[in-house]
Design a protein around this ligand. Sequence first.
Ligand SMILES: NC(=O)c1ccc[n+]([C@@H]2O[C@H](COP(=O)([O-])OP(=O)(O)OC[C@H]3O[C@@H](n4cnc5c(N)ncnc54)[C@H](OP(=O)(O)O)[C@@H]3O)[C@@H](O)[C@H]2O)c1
Length: 206
Amino acid sequence: MVAAVRNPQAATRELKSLSKGPSSDLIIVKIDSLAPSDASSAAKELQDTYGITHIDLVIANSGIGDVYAPAYQTKIEDVQEHFAVNTLGPLRLFQGMRSLLSKSTRTPKFVILSTAIASLELTTTFPLQTAAYGASKTAVNFICRRIHAEEDWLVTFPVSPGYVVILILSDLEIEACFLTLCLHLDGFKQTWVTPQPPFQVWIKHQ
Ligand SMILES: NC(=O)c1ccc[n+]([C@@H]2O[C@H](COP(=O)([O-])OP(=O)(O)OC[C@H]3O[C@@H](n4cnc5c(N)ncnc54)[C@H](OP(=O)(O)O)[C@@H]3O)[C@@H](O)[C@H]2O)c1
């Protein structure tokens, strides 16, 4: 099992103590989505230092989503940053790991964390103002579909993980947005997962 983090020296105890199979090891490598050559350097390190010959599954999980504003007020540099991490990051990860994936004999898979907010169909009904985040995830969905079309040996798909309350989404303004979302979309509330106490407070007020 390989975990890619921005700063391996600061990797948390929780990460290091993840349960693993008796014959498995955790290898931690550095990949900053903003660094153009980190993914390919990590692939080289896996082969040269750890003797890894193939990878069966790559999950492109890292992402940012911290700008909520109408499009006319969204700064271009914020859009560029979201594209850099959420769109180009997974593409760089795919390009860096493609060779190792191609050597898997167990139906290799490349999975990208996306979101329902990236849906073009839902764009006008979602109350969240997310031009930067939404566009970057819509773009990565497209890249995902291109990889699917171009690489017939590889299973490639985006995953919308549902909704997990994380720290950046816990302020009142954004909670209000999600409350509106719950009112607009049937079944939305049932998809919430919460690892944090603030959400439990919030749900009581529904
Ligand atoms: N939470 C939700 O409800 C939700 C819903 C739909 C989709 N998603 C998607 O699911 C994925 C995980 O989200 P999450 O909720 O777990 O978010 P999170 O808690 O904020 O975690 C995001 C992770 O991305 C990493 N990251 C950010 N910028 C990076 C960069 N430049 N290079 C490398 N890593 C970087 C962060 O690393 P550090 O630890 O170093 O900060 C962090 O570990 C994201 O792609 C997100 O868009 C989440």
